[in-house]
Each structure stands twice: as C-alpha cells, then as structure tokens.
Design a binder for this molecule. Structure first.
Ligand SMILES: [Zn+2]
Length: 268
C-alpha cells in the first residue's frame, strides 16, 4: 500500500533500494546462510499476548520484539517482567498512552509526556538499553509543523534525542534490503499481515518475498486470541501456523535490534 507519507519519502527509499539491487549479485550474508531475516514484533503490550502468545512463541524457540505501551500493561507488569526473564526477547518503546492523532503535541511535549516517561519506566523494569527500538503508534509519523518530510524529520530527531536507536512503521510496505535498513533506521518497514484478515498465508507470502531477494521482513502482531472476533486479532491457530512454517524455512528469525546489529556490522 502506498501511503501519503511513503510517497513523500519515496525518493530516499528508492535510492536505498537501488543500493541493495546493485548488491544483488552477491547476496547479503545473513547468519547461518539464511535466505532472509524475519523479526516477529508484538505491539501494545496486550493481555492476550501474555495469556496466549508467549506460550506459542516460547514453544517455537523464537525470540521476539515486544513494543510496550505503559497504560496497557501496568496491571500486568509482573507478568511482563517474567517474560523479560525468559531471556532473549527485546522490549521496545511504544509510548505511555499510544496517541494516534499527534496534532495536540509539539516535539517537546510528545517527548516529555510520551517518550521520556516510557524510557524511564522501561529502564526501571527492564534495564537500560541504549539500543532500544521504537514503534510509531498507529504508524503515525507526523510530529510538529511543516510538510510530511519535515514532520517525520522532527519525529526522527526527537526519537534520537531521547535515546531511541531505530523505529518501525507498520504501513504494510514490502520487506527491506539491508542497505535500506542501514540508511533509514527510523523508517523500518513492516506488515501486520493478519490485521485485516486472519490468514496465515499472507505472512508466509510476505516472508517468501523476502526469501526470494535476501531481505528483512518484519511481521507485526497485536492480539493473539483463541477465536478471532474483530480486526487486529490473530487467532492462535493462525499464529501457530506462521511460527511452525518459519521453523522449517531457511530464515534467520531474530529481534529487530539483533538484525540491525548484524546489518550494521556487515560491510556496506
Ligand atoms: Zn500500537
């Protein structure tokens, strides 16, 4: 899906992808010779992730990235800390209250009310992390005045200022070349493949597209439920099918920060 924002930033993205295309003759070296990297990300610190998702993720052996929103998790904080003690999972900042419309905010008020308190909360309960990643609530990247590019620049600058190392959208865009991710770490692309339709085949096709070209695919999940009743929910059956399918595919499945570290350590 081409959105207004991705169109506005298309030139830079295309330039980065052309760098990746030139490198296609020598495929990027993912760990273990894998054909693609896959990051499983879970947004909004929802109870259903604790109640249904974690057990399936643990059974798969994969390590995931959880984007936490404080107002959704305070009541279950002890359970989230228990997840962190499983080891290997990554915890990202997804703000205090998950605002979608950012018109009421300036860069400094957004940092003061949504970013910095969440950083402090995560430092306290999950340990300090200078490489902590961020996910834009509602994939909203417009912050402050100006056109879409200026607003995104303001957002990116604000994230850097509070110590966030990278950021993920969820605009249903295609998987990324390593060159793109290196060039645009605050516009990492992802797809919530099961948000509108609870079809595990959509996630599989998204990852197959990455495998065909040696790319990085980030999948976004929200609620993981026994039976889907509304948009945004992924049934446990679909979730398990995706995880089981990934297990037998030649992909490197790792949290976002680990994939970024690998990309940044590789020769440009
Ligand atoms: Zn969210």
């Amino acid at each position: 899906m081409i959105t207004r924002r991705t169109m506005a930033l298309g030139l830079a993205a295309n330039a980065a992808n052309r760098v990746g295309a030139r490198a296609a003759a020598a495929p990027f070296a993912w760990p273990g010779g894998a054909r693609a990297a896959v990051s499983l990300t879970y947004d909004d610190s929802l109870d259903s992730q604790l109640d249904h998702g974690i057990a399936q993720i643990s059974a798969s052996g994969f390590k995931a990235t959880f984007f936490l929103t404080r107002e959704n998790m305070d009541a279950r904080l002890a359970d989230w800390i228990a997840v962190s003690r499983l080891g290997g999972h990554e915890f990202g900042n997804h703000t205090v209250s998950h605002p979608c419309g950012l018109q009421p905010y300036t860069a400094s008020s957004y940092a003061r009310r949504e970013l910095m308190p969440m950083q402090a909360y995560m430092d306290l309960h999950f340990g300090q992390n200078p490489k902590r990643v961020f996910a834009y609530p509602c994939s909203e990247t417009d912050l402050g005045p100006g056109d879409a590019n200026q607003k995104f620049h303001t957002f990116e600058t604000t994230l850097k200022r509070v110590g966030l190392a990278a950021a993920r959208t969820s605009d249903e865009d295609s998987p990324m070349t390593p060159a793109y991710a290196r060039a645009r770490p605050y516009w990492l692309r992802a797809s919530a493949t099961t948000y509108d339709v609870d079809d595990p085949g959509l996630a599989m096709r998204y990852v197959e597209g990455a495998m065909a070209r040696g790319l990085w695919a980030i999948l976004v999940f929200h609620d993981i439920v026994p039976t889907r009743t509304q948009a945004g929910e992924t049934s446990m059956a679909s979730h398990k099918l995706v995880l089981d399918w990934l297990k037998v595919k030649d992909v490197w499945c790792a949290p976002m920060g680990a994939v970024l570290d690998h990309i940044r350590a590789a020769p440009a």
